[in-house]
Each structure stands twice: as structure tokens, then as C-alpha cells.
Design a protein around this ligand. Structure first.
Ligand code: MG
Ligand code: MG
Length: 269
């Protein structure tokens, strides 16, 4: 069942998503070679609670931490560990909060200063594909139009693999609501996009083949071929005058500019 949000509810969701965005920006400022994921996770939890929110992932179906932190060949749902980050690492960080009774959900992938040019391109293309999807999130379109836009750009144009097993989703008072938003599909298929639907669009893009497997921790999703995977996510409200992006990566970009250890990912959109 799809829950349609009122204008007022969408504004409350914008607050939730801005807190997520600012939490990720806070994290962007402390990400350094030598820091470990658990430490970053604690910083995120403190930041969220200091701003009146509740971590949205911690305890969700038993997930143990505030952030999902997926390093290199981890796709999504990685658990922060005590392992220190290296100059060649890429880490996808997904954050959720509850504020005003609504979830915010947003993700960003960070590359440390020694990542390869191939990895830089994966980050750029994955981030661009998110906006290809958002560009199709129009009243009167169908979910498949979003799915197709992302898949076409990643697989056909750039030769990457789109993960099939995990998808974007409706978001609101629940973290995962209908409709599902796959990152692969056909134009003109799937649920109709109507005003008031709020969805998390989140391409998960593998540098190699699309196959994934689950780690024995019961959470972390890894690429089958061991190659890296990137992930960017926005929560987006469907509105008559076009998609309204409720989360905001510009807070993160502004901090990365002043953190010499994290590379800037500029996109053409
Ligand atoms: Mg997320
Ligand atoms: Mg999500």
C-alpha cells in the first residue's frame, strides 16, 4: 500500500532528510585515514541525538549501528568495524534518522585520496545515475521510467553492473514503504507516480558484474567478483511541478572541499 503525503508531511520529511544530510556532512569532516568505522558511527549517533533525532537504522530488524558503512567490495548494509581506513579505500555510508515521526534516508560514497581513476569514474557515474533516476520521477511517469533511466546509464552507457537483489523504496513513517524502486526495469512499467509519493532512489552500482552475496554477519552485501561497488541515495517527493529532493548532498560536498583526504566527485547533470 502506498501512503501519499500531504504538503505539510513532506515539509516534516524535509527536516528529517536535512538532518541526515547534515549528519553525513559532519562525518565527511572527520573521515581520515587511520580513523575506524566504529568511531565514525558513534560520532554520527551523537550528532543525530544532539539535533533531536533518533538513529533510524540502529535496532531496525536488529541492525547494530547508526550507519551502514560498506567498504570497497561491500555494496550496502555493512556494519562499522574497528578496522582503520586506508588511503585507497572507498566507503559508502548510508544514514537514516527519525525526526517528527518521519524517516529521512540518504547515502553517499566517499573515496580516500589514493583511489584509482577507475574507482573515481565509478563514483561519478553512480552519482550521476541517481540524478538520471530523479529526472524521471515525474507525476504521470511510472516507477519503471526511473528504473530504466538508472539501468541504461550504468549498464548500457558505462558497462557497469546494477544490483538486482536490493532496491529503492517508498519512505515515510516507515523506513521501507511501497512502492519498490528497482534500479533496473522497463519504461512505462510498474506503479504510477502520483503527487505525494515520497521515494528513496538509491542506485547500487558494481564496477564488475552485478552478482552479490551476503557475508556471514547476516547483513553485509558483497559483490560476488570482489570488485568495488558504489551507492548514492536521495529521498525525493513526487510533486506536480517536478521532483523535490528532500535530502541535500551539497552539505557533504562543502565539507569534502576542505578535507584533503577525501576526493571531490563532480558530476555532469
Ligand atoms: Mg539509505
Ligand atoms: Mg534507502
Amino acid at each position: 500500500m502506498i501512503y501519499y503525503k500531504t504538503y505539510e508531511e513532506i515539509e516534516l520529511m524535509r527536516e528529517s532528510n536535512l538532518l541526515v544530510s547534515k549528519t553525513l556532512a559532519h562525518i565527511a569532516g572527520i573521515l581520515k585515514v587511520g580513523i575506524n568505522g566504529k568511531r565514525v558511527d558513534l560520532e554520527a549517533e551523537t550528532f543525530i541525538r544532539d539535533h533531536g533525532g533518533i538513529p533510524g537504522f540502529k535496532g531496525y530488524r536488529g541492525f547494530p549501528s547508526t550507519l551502514c558503512m560498506s567498504v570497497n567490495d561491500a555494496v550496502v548494509h555493512g556494519i562499522p568495524t574497528e578496522k582503520e581506513f586506508k588511503p585507497s579505500d572507498m566507503v559508502s555510508i548510508d544514514c537514516g534518522v527519525v525526526l517528527n515521526g518521519f524517516y529521512g534516508d540518504c547515502a553517499f560514497s566517499f573515496g580516500f585520496y589514493e583511489i584509482s581513476d577507475n574507482l573515481k569514474k565509478l563514483l561519478k557515474v553512480t552519482r550521476e545515475s541517481l540524478y538520471k533516476g530523479i529526472g524521471a520521477a515525474l507525476v504521470g511517469n511510472r516507477v519503471g521510467d526511473i528504473s530504466y533511466a538508472i539501468q541504461h546509464y550504468c549498464e548500457k552507457v558505462n558497462g557497469y553492473g546494477i544490483v538486482r537483489e536490493l532496491v529503492g523504496h517508498g519512505v515515510g513513517k516507515n523506513l521501507h514503504e511501497d512502492p519498490e524502486i528497482p534500479n533496473f526495469g522497463q519504461k512505462g512499467k510498474g506503479p504510477l507516480l502520483k503527487e505525494g509519493i515520497v521515494i528513496a532512489i538509491e542506485p547500487m552500482v558494481n564496477m564488475g558484474s552485478r552478482g552479490v552475496k551476503q557475508l556471514s554477519d547476516g547483513w553485509t552485501i558483497l559483490t560476488k567478483d570482489g570488485k568495488p561497488s558504489a551507492h548514492f541515495e536521495h529521498s525525493v517527493a513526487i510533486k506536480r511541478d517536478g521532483p523535490d529532493i528532500l535530502s541535500d548532498h551539497s552539505y557533504i560536498d562543502a565539507v569534502i572541499k576542505n578535507n584533503a583526504e577525501i576526493i571531490n566527485i563532480s558530476i555532469n547533470c
